[in-house]
Design a protein around this ligand. Structure first.
Ligand code: GRF
Length: 188
């Protein structure tokens, strides 16, 4: 069993999907030690409870520095013997403290065909671009924002009449297949 931690800041539907895949036996040999979140009111916390997953809330604003914050997170990760970190809608840049400790062992999923549309609201960026397709990317995490080495991508069309929500849902449907597949391949 590989021990992984999942980091999320928001709705947590990718986290939920990963847990469903583990529980149904599709994603094997992975143990999620805990959900780590920086948002004490995020919906991902309720989802974790439903899956009986431990939740750790670390609020960066309660620390003097990002290093202090990440050091506390790191101590907990070490306590749980976590080997891999899976970012699933974690809305912060990973700093040197966690990067050094988990070099090459942090994965992220981003809702665009990187290197296009890094950063916030990648769905809106694609929608406003005039492009006819977009998608999702799983990549290793480095010190940049969505700049790490790309592992795998999936494509989907953008339709002229798409709302932001429609396009976001189409991308998330890709993500729910892509992320578990990559996790299985890379982490195992
Ligand atoms: C996903 O689209 C992912 O690509 C991005 O943040 C979103 C998280 O959505 N990093 P959710 O919280 O898993 O629903």
């Amino acid at each position: 069993m590989k021990k992984v931690a999942i980091f999320a800041s928001g709705s947590g539907t990718n986290f939920d999907n990963i847990m469903n895949r583990i529980e149904s036996g599709v994603l094997t040999n992975i143990e999620v030690t805990a959900l780590y979140t920086d948002q004490p009111h995020a919906s991902c916390i309720q989802l974790a409870k439903r899956h009986h997953v431990t939740v750790h809330v670390y609020e960066p604003k309660t620390y003097a520095s990002k290093t202090d914050y990440e050091q506390d997170v790191l101590n907990q990760l070490k306590t749980e013997n976590v080997e891999w970190i899976i970012l699933a809608g974690y809305m912060r840049l990973i700093g040197p403290t966690l990067l050094q400790a988990y070099e090459g062992k942090i994965l992220n999923i981003h809702p665009s065909l990187l290197p296009k549309y890094k950063g916030k609201d990648a769905v809106g960026q694609a929608l406003n671009s005039g492009d006819t397709e977009t998608g999702s990317t799983v990549h290793y995490v480095d010190e940049g924002m969505d700049t790490g080495q790309i592992i795998e991508q999936r494509h989907c069309p953008i339709y002229r009449e798409d709302t932001h929500e429609q396009l976001e849902n189409r991308i998330k449907a890709l993500e729910y297949e892509l992320y578990p597949e990559v996790i299985q391949k890379i982490i195992q």
